[in-house]
Design a protein. Structure first.
Length: 138
């Protein structure tokens, strides 16, 4: 079983669209924040990534919007790595209202490790592979 990371956030009023629920584009910010917190929980802060000479950038994201969320909702964001290989990692996400079983959003994002100076893809450092390795379902 792939280990999962869970974080929570409260939906803010300014994240609403004209229909009164979270704007679709805001969900990508939620996904990015969950990925950052997951990395930080394993000791990979932005400073540590810089010391390794690279960073992860989101190359592609697929988001399935299933139910609306509104201001004041407390959301539970679950993320895990499905695969890590070469320069890429595939990260999965699920977003639910706290305490409720129904999915609000399901998503997958392809992240690529790039050289900080050139912004060109390069192999994910071994230290990162080792830290996340036990979390990755192969």
């Amino acid at each position: 079983m792939t280990q999962r990371f869970v974080t929570q956030l409260r939906v803010r009023h300014y994240e609403m669209d004209a229909l009164g629920h979270v704007n679709n584009a805001v969900y990508q910010h939620y996904l990015e924040q969950a990925a950052i917190e997951h990395s930080e929980s394993l000791g990979f802060t932005p400073d540590r990534y810089r010391a390794l000479g690279g960073l992860f950038v989101m190359r592609r994201v697929a988001i399935e919007y299933l139910r609306p969320a509104v201001a004041g909702d407390m959301l539970k964001i679950t993320t895990w790595l499905q695969e890590m290989r070469g320069v890429r990692t595939l990260r999965c996400y699920e977003i639910r209202r706290q305490g409720e079983p129904d999915l609000i959003v399901s998503a997958e994002a392809l992240w690529v490790w790039v050289d900080e100076a050139t912004m060109r893809p390069k192999p994910i450092p071994e230290v990162i592979q080792e830290a996340f390795g036990e979390l990755v379902k192969r």
